[in-house]
Design a protein around this ligand. Structure first.
Ligand code: NAD
Ligand code: ZN
Length: 345
């Protein structure tokens, strides 16, 4: 079968590899579609540790069951579904409580095992998955379903964790209107009555935000002053940062309201400079909180899927054949993708 593989720093290619074998508790999935996430680029440019090499990429995918492991119950060949991307232990306190995204088995600050980042992923004709990661999608189109597995799941989790701040009339800022951000705008509009302010460095991303329901779009640099002006100096009740570099962390800290929520989703290494001491000046206001938000829980996946199936969430997709995967990566790297690039084997 074909697989889009990470070969080494800044090197990906399509290779012929054996179709995976499955164990008794696994499924073999025929991939219908796999999304390209900015985290794939992060892996390419800054490998954080030694992964299996070459590694088949793709942590956001959907497909059809091709084969069912001998001990799996309740699943059948031909079922269509999406894959929960964190292959967690299932038995630690966090998993049992429904907080699978912070599974303790992976370690206090680790990332639970994930296809495409640690194990062979879904940018391939087939992928082996644990049966309990499979979530049925009914008739939902694969191009729509794949990005639900991360772009929507991760955005939804960050938003659900800030629901106390999302009261009617509150202001929510979405920084970075890419694959995650354009979905986040729609989720905010679907689950709350907040005013959504989108911030990006590209005008066409702000146009996309407007199409997704954002009330206002602001271009990067001057955004802090404008957000404070819009909110009578108080700031925004929630700031969702889908970039996570120093500049956007600074923007978030300078615009989050007292008791507001700053949610860091982008993994650009930004430092929000949180220090103890009296508040004052442009830094943190009293009562504001920050959360490093990782992916989402299985419940978040079900609820994100429900939004997609109800039509309230529609991913803007750029479709590529799997063979053109490298081109999709280059386009994302150049900031050219509108919404999510999705590969189809
Ligand atoms: P993307 O490339 O599709 O979108 C990024 C957007 O940010 C683009 O629209 C770009 O124009 C904009 N942008 C870049 N610099 C900016 C700046 N200084 N100010 C405002 N906007 C700016 O990326 P994506 O796939 O949506 O991922 C977003 C981030 O979230 C990445 O860092 C990714 O690695 C991360 N991520 C985190 C998790 C998690 O679980 N925490 C999950 C998925 C993705
Ligand atoms: Zn991702």
């Amino acid at each position: 079968m074909r697989a889009l593989q990470y070969i080494g720093p800044d090197r990906i290619e399509i290779n012929d590899v054996p179709t995976p074998d499955i164990g008794p508790l696994d499924l073999l999935l025929r991939v219908g579609a796999a999304g390209v996430c900015h985290s794939d680029l992060t892996l390419l440019h800054f490998p954080m540790r030694l992964y299996e090499q070459p590694l088949t990429l793709g942590h956001e995918f959907a497909g059809t069951i091709e084969a069912v492991g001998a001990a799996v119950e309740g699943r059948a060949v031909g079922e269509r579904g999406v894959v929960y991307l964190l292959w967690t232990c299932g038995v630690c306190r966090e998993c049992v409580s429904g907080d699978q995204n912070v599974c303790a088995a992976a370690g206090r600050t680790a990332y639970p095992p994930c296809p495409g980042l640690h194990l062979p992923g879904g940018m391939a004709d087939f992928v082996r998955i644990p049966a309990d990661s499979f979530v049925p999608i009914g008739e939902l189109d694969f191009l729509q379903a794949a990005p639900i597995a991360d772009a929507a799941l991760t955005s939804y989790h960050a938003i659900r964790g800030a629901r106390e701040q999302l009261w009617p009339g509150a202001t929510a800022v979405v920084i970075g209107v890419g694959g995650l951000g354009h979905v986040a705008v729609q989720i905010l509009k679907a689950v709350s009555a907040v005013r959504v302010v989108a911030v990006d460095i590209e005008q066409d991303k702000l146009d996309l935000a407007a199409e997704c329901g954002a009330d206002l779009g602001l271009l990067g640099d001057a955004a802090a002053g404008q957000i404070l002006e819009l909110t009578d100096g108080r700031g925004a009740e929630a700031v969702f940062d889908f970039v996570g570099i120093d500049a956007t962390a600074k923007l978030a800290v300078e615009t989050v309201a007292p008791n507001g929520a700053y949610r860091m989703v982008g993994i650009g290494g930004g430092d929000p400079e949180l220090t103890a001491g009296p508040a004052g000046g442009p830094g943190w206001p009293w009562g504001a909180s920050v959360r490093k938000s990782l992916a989402g829980t299985k419940r978040d996946l079900l609820e994100s899927l429900a939004l997609a199936r109800s039509g309230k969430l529609r991913v803007q997709v750029e479709r590529f054949d799997l063979d053109d995967g490298p081109e999709a990566f280059a386009r994302l790297d150049n900031g050219k993708v509108r919404g999510r690039a999705v590969l189809v084997p």
